[in-house]
Design a protein around this ligand. Structure first.
Ligand SMILES: *[C@@H]1O[C@H](CO)[C@@H](O)[C@H](O)[C@H]1NC(C)=O
Ligand SMILES: *[C@@H]1O[C@H](CO)[C@@H](O)[C@H](O)[C@H]1NC(C)=O
Ligand SMILES: *[C@@H]1O[C@H](CO)[C@@H](O)[C@H](O)[C@H]1NC(C)=O
Ligand SMILES: *[C@@H]1O[C@H](CO)[C@@H](O)[C@H](O)[C@H]1NC(C)=O
Ligand SMILES: *[C@@H]1O[C@H](CO)[C@@H](O)[C@H](O)[C@H]1NC(C)=O
Ligand SMILES: *[C@@H]1O[C@H](CO)[C@@H](O)[C@H](O)[C@H]1NC(C)=O
Ligand SMILES: *[C@@H]1O[C@H](CO)[C@@H](O)[C@H](O)[C@H]1NC(C)=O
Ligand SMILES: *[C@@H]1O[C@H](CO)[C@@H](O)[C@H](O)[C@H]1NC(C)=O
Ligand SMILES: *[C@@H]1O[C@H](CO)[C@@H](O)[C@H](O)[C@H]1NC(C)=O
Ligand SMILES: *[C@@H]1O[C@H](CO)[C@@H](O)[C@H](O)[C@H]1NC(C)=O
Ligand SMILES: *[C@@H]1O[C@H](CO)[C@@H](O)[C@H](O)[C@H]1NC(C)=O
Ligand SMILES: *[C@@H]1O[C@H](CO)[C@@H](O)[C@H](O)[C@H]1NC(C)=O
Length: 616
């Protein structure tokens, strides 16, 4: 009985007695998601009147216009070509086309003003105004590299050079050393906005294979529009890593709206089905994907792991959730079939309707973020609990008893029902407190029983459902637990029998030789030795501050604190203690409704003085 932080008061005894027991859109041809199609066009002759690109049985006609060898681009209609080392291909966006019809907006997102009144944004009058203001017709030209050469040297991870894009309104074959404007292609993506007054020529150049270290060619998609960029990329990641185990990871978007929960906007976001975003993920073992990291088409063709992208079937799950700090709507992704102990890149993506004529149909990708998987199989990623609904992290588990593929609901039920039962005892105690009286008789003007109940639930869920890390993880903030038990594979830990000095000390401490709530973790789940990310001390301070003194809550101090609670790290990439709604690189400013660290600092000063001795 080392878990509780309570001073026992008579009121609390019933509670304590029970507690004592424990504590996005693809082109039709892209939809096949096979790289083979793109190399179908082996020799594109640019001297024919009409070149026909065969793409997965579908024929596309490229209308040739003067000058010889260039191909016309229609508005909001992508073209796809292979290109070989040292070749320049020329495209033409005619004045007649860009001053002609406009595209059709795709489906918008809730509350998106650029979408909610599209008729307004795309009226002829509005466009005429823009044209006069800018001294030309605003046009957007964008490129997505879909396939890149692969290395034929021993460096299988080499990143091939980028395609080059040039444009001009006078040079009819823009390319290197022609004096045309160059637009830098980065990560397989480039976009340029121009105010055009005459035909625009675009050159795409594939660099020479100077060192002979790459083989095969590039394939790219190019599009021009008089409405908006057809392909997009964001310099933000907008995707956070929540936690992972040895084969799965939970990722979440940043808040999708700031609307308060009683608004229709909030509800519209939360009820989006299917959810609007998808993701791409790729192991960092192979760096070559970085050559395509800003290209929707490139990621679609080259990443093996995806979630919520149309026409790609897999077991990965996406859904809207309001879990986490601030309870704002966000989209979460549970991706499985990952490798253990592996670093991955994750890319948030938005598939769009690629039917020719749809504005922005080429999709959007966000910058790469990092996430990694754990090594051992006795931490299981758990989310979507009914009582402790804010819990979303890896918990101690035993794969023999709770199969990683089918046993998670059972495991969740063990933890969740336990926490719910503990909460019920607390509820009985709380009912004996004069919460619901006139304000003068309330225990505090600043806090009421709802605050107390909320703080208790936060604390209880974080404390009864420990956040699990690999036993092999040597991070200083992790606490070893359950050292007396055999590993889940049945082997006996080396320290049992012949412990060294440090191990002997740990083995003799109840904090490290067992778990927090040994009755369910050590006895029922039996995860073997694991490490715990301690709950954040501010959860305890919040509890003490929010609840009536009569309940007798207090936080442990000094060395007792270090075995029960952790401190938040100032490095957003380090989760040195566990709190509900935690995610790596979660920015407090945009996502935290309450500045947890500020609360913590203030509280620790106040409490250090006020709190008395604690029963441990
Ligand atoms: C959209 O804009 C048009 C023209 O300005 C206006 O008549 C219409 O009421 C607007 N619709 C909404 C939903 O705001
Ligand atoms: C096009 O015109 C707009 C509006 O006047 C201006 O903001 C923008 O910088 C211009 N773009 C270029 C590339 O000249
Ligand atoms: C890395 O990826 C590229 C293309 O995706 C592939 O050609 C290459 O074989 C991969 N290298 C390794 C070591 O898997
Ligand atoms: C690429 O190679 C071709 C022929 O081998 C040569 O004519 C051209 O100048 C080279 N271009 C560059 C940019 O090196
Ligand atoms: C790699 O492939 C290119 C083109 O196929 C060839 O020219 C080059 O000699 C090859 N290099 C090696 C090391 O095999
Ligand atoms: C993204 O670009 C904007 C505008 O150029 C810039 O203010 C912002 O800092 C960039 N964000 C990141 C994460 O680089
Ligand atoms: C929410 O508000 C913050 C701060 O004002 C802002 O940075 C952020 O972009 C807003 N988020 C959304 C989705 O509107
Ligand atoms: C929604 O809640 C906020 C505060 O929670 C309140 O100020 C606002 O009046 C509420 N709006 C509606 C429409 O109920
Ligand atoms: C991902 O990790 C690499 C190296 O570990 C680092 O350089 C990069 O900044 C990280 N990216 C993000 C978005 O954290
Ligand atoms: C979450 O659990 C509910 C029932 O508890 C279930 O209906 C829903 O499909 C689950 N969601 C996910 C993403 O697993
Ligand atoms: C306590 O339990 C009662 C009856 O089960 C329920 O109505 C009440 O909402 C609970 N109180 C809290 C704070 O959960
Ligand atoms: C407080 O009292 C009001 C009316 O007396 C009642 O509706 C409400 O459920 C009570 N709240 C609690 C937590 O008991």
């Amino acid at each position: 009985m080392w878990l509780p932080i309570f001073k026992l008061s008579p009121l609390q005894s019933r509670f304590a007695v029970s507690l004592a027991g424990t504590i996005f859109l693809i082109l039709v041809y892209l939809s096949l998601h096979t790289p083979s199609f793109a190399y179908a066009l082996e020799d594109t002759s640019f001297t024919e009147e009409d070149a026909t690109i065969r793409t997965a049985g579908k024929e596309q006609h490229l209308n040739r216009r003067a000058p010889e060898g260039s191909y016309a681009l229609s508005n909001n209609a992508p073209q796809n070509l292979n290109i070989d080392f040292g070749v320049t291909q020329t495209w033409l966006f005619t004045q007649e086309t860009f001053e002609g019809d406009h595209g059709t907006p795709g489906l918008g997102l809730p509350g998106d003003s650029s979408n909610s009144n599209l008729t307004n944004r795309f009226t002829t009058a509005h466009r005429e105004l823009l044209k006069r203001q800018s001294g030309g017709t605003p046009i957007w030209i964008s490129i997505n590299t879909c396939l890149q050469p692969s290395s034929n040297t021993s460096d299988q991870n080499a990143i091939p050079p980028q395609l080059q894009m040039y444009w001009s309104d006078s040079i009819q074959k823009p390319g290197p050393l022609t004096g045309a404007e160059q637009v830098e292609v980065v990560g397989g993506y480039a976009m340029v906005q121009l105010n055009a007054t005459s035909d625009i020529y675009i050159g795409v150049f594939a660099p020479n294979n100077t060192e002979g270290s790459f083989t095969e060619s590039w394939n790219y998609e190019i599009a021009a529009s008089n409405d908006a960029p057809y392909h997009s990329w964001s310099n933000e990641t907008s995707l956070l890593f929540v936690d992972g185990d040895n084969h799965a990871a939970l990722l979440v978007t940043t808040d999708l709206t700031n609307a308060s929960s009683n608004t229709t906007l909030y509800k519209d976001w939360l009820s989006l089905s299917p959810p609007p975003y998808g993701i791409f993920a790729q192991s960092q073992v192979n760096k070559s994907i970085l050559g395509l990291s800003r290209s929707y088409c490139g990621l679609l063709q080259n990443t093996k792991i995806t979630a919520n992208l149309k026409d790609i079937e897999n077991n990965n799950v996406a859904g809207m959730t309001s879990r986490g700090l601030g309870s704002a709507p966000k989209e979460q992704f549970y991706i499985s079939s990952l490798d253990a102990s592996t670093q991955y890149w994750g890319f948030l993506a938005m598939q769009r309707n690629s039917t020719p004529g749809i504005i922005g149909g080429g999709g959007k990708v966000w910058s790469a973020m990092n996430f990694s998987t754990k090594a051992s199989d006795n931490c299981a990623l758990m989310y979507n609990l009914s009582f402790c609904s804010e819990v979303a992290y890896a918990v101690p588990s035993n794969p023999e008893k709770y199969s990683p593929s089918t046993g998670l609901p059972d495991l969740a039920a063990v933890y969740d029902s336990y926490a719910a039962q503990m909460y019920q005892y607390f509820n009985y105690s709380l009912q004996q407190i004069p919460c619901n009286t006139t304000s003068s008789a309330q225990y505090s003007l600043a806090r009421n029983c709802d605050d107390c109940a909320r703080a208790y639930k936060q604390w209880l869920c974080a404390v009864t459902i420990p956040r699990c890390e690999d036993w092999s993880n040597e991070a200083p903030y992790l606490a070893p637990r359950n050292m007396m038990q055999n590993f889940v594979n049945g082997s006996t830990p080396p320290w049992i029998g012949e412990p060294d000095g440090a191990q002997a000390a740990l083995l003799s401490s109840v904090a490290s030789n067992s778990s927090r709530n040994a009755q369910i973790i050590d006895d029922v789940i039996q995860p073997g030795p694991y490490k715990e990310v301690l709950p954040c001390i501010d959860l305890c301070y919040d509890l003490v501050q929010s609840c009536p003194a009569a309940l007798g809550f207090g936080c442990p101090q000094f060395r007792w604190q270090n075995t029960s609670y952790g401190m938040r790290s100032s490095d957003p990439g380090v989760l040195s203690c566990s709190y509900l709604g935690a995610a790596y690189y979660l920015s407090e400013g945009s996502n935290g409704l309450w500045g947890a660290q500020r609360v913590m600092r203030a509280a620790s000063v106040a409490l250090g003085v006020v709190l008395g001795i604690l029963v441990f």
